[in-house]
Design a protein around this ligand. Structure first.
Ligand SMILES: [Fe+2]
Length: 280
């Protein structure tokens, strides 16, 4: 087992609430800097994103400033350069893929029971400077954040709370890949701070808005994400509602009219099969 007692965390929380548990990956050689550099050298450039992290938590995530360095220089000097780097799709490396599969095996029974098969499984390694900030955003996946080195505080906000982020924001997120979902100071009343130390893991629900603040030392962390029939249905529903809104309708909030939601999800699934660009 890589995770400690994940069933306890997942039974009570998955898929709608955050859940904390522990992991034993802290000393895994896959997270040594030299091994991460080897990974960076082996993946295509499109698998790497990096930028200056000298920004505030309400910065527009679509407009991240460059740090002027190469990915290798960024990782080697991460303690001193106020930057952030992610290696995406680490599952393309067989050793990282094997580690991810071990993690997922621990939680699969609990996930399968509630949201069906885990699809589009992806892994991300984040390397961040001391005090680096990741601005407020949301992601279209179920996510486990696994802290390996350093301390980061993950601020999460209630998932699918339409009083905080209106339906139109969700619809734009799914139809235009909107990254700047519009931080407001008043959201802090809905936020929870999770201080993550090496050995800590946090389940982050689908589209739970979040922002991240790294502590006094450089941080290395891993995210494992997956999609499910729940995330697919959520995307189909918001895309269907966006289409209805375009022709002047006012679709009710998801969950208020479950039968109509189901009909719209079904109709949009059919539509996206004949119009593949509509996607799930
Ligand atoms: Fe995120």
């Amino acid at each position: 087992m890589t995770f400690v007692d994940p069933q306890h965390a997942f039974e009570a929380s998955y898929p709608s609430k955050t859940a904390r548990f522990r992991h034993d990956l802290t000393n895994d050689p896959l997270f040594e800097i030299d091994r991460i550099l080897k990974l960076i050298a082996s993946v295509p450039p499109k698998s790497i994103e990096y930028n200056s992290a000298n920004i505030s938590h309400d910065h527009d995530p679509a407009k991240m400033p460059s740090n002027g360095l190469s990915p290798e220089e960024t990782v080697r000097n991460i303690a001193d350069i106020n930057s952030w780097l992610v290696v995406m799709n680490i599952e393309q490396d067989p050793e990282y893929n094997a580690m991810m599969q071990r993690c997922l095996a621990d939680i699969a029974p609990h996930v399968l029971e509630k949201t069906g098969p885990m699809n589009l499984i992806q892994g991300y390694i984040f390397v961040s400077s001391p005090h680096a900030t990741t601005p407020f955003h949301m992601d279209p996946e179920h996510n486990i954040l696994i802290q390996i080195r350093g301390v980061k505080t993950m601020y999460t906000y209630t998932a699918q709370d339409y009083s905080m982020l209106p339906q139109e924001v969700h619809e734009a997120f799914h139809t235009t890949r909107l990254r700047n979902i519009g931080y407001k100071q008043e959201f802090e009343q809905y936020g929870t701070a999770h201080e993550m130390h090496p050995g800590d893991a946090l389940f982050v629900p689908l589209k739970a808005p979040h922002r991240v603040q790294v502590g006094n030392e450089a941080s290395v962390s891993l995210s494992i994400t997956w999609r499910s029939r729940v995330s697919d249905d959520d995307a189909h529903l918001h895309k269907a509602n966006a289409m209805l809104r375009k022709i002047g309708a006012h679709p009710p909030m998801p969950g208020i009219a479950p039968t109509r939601d189901a009909a719209k999800i079904f109709a949009h699934k059919v539509y996206s099969k004949v119009q593949p660009a509509a996607g799930g």
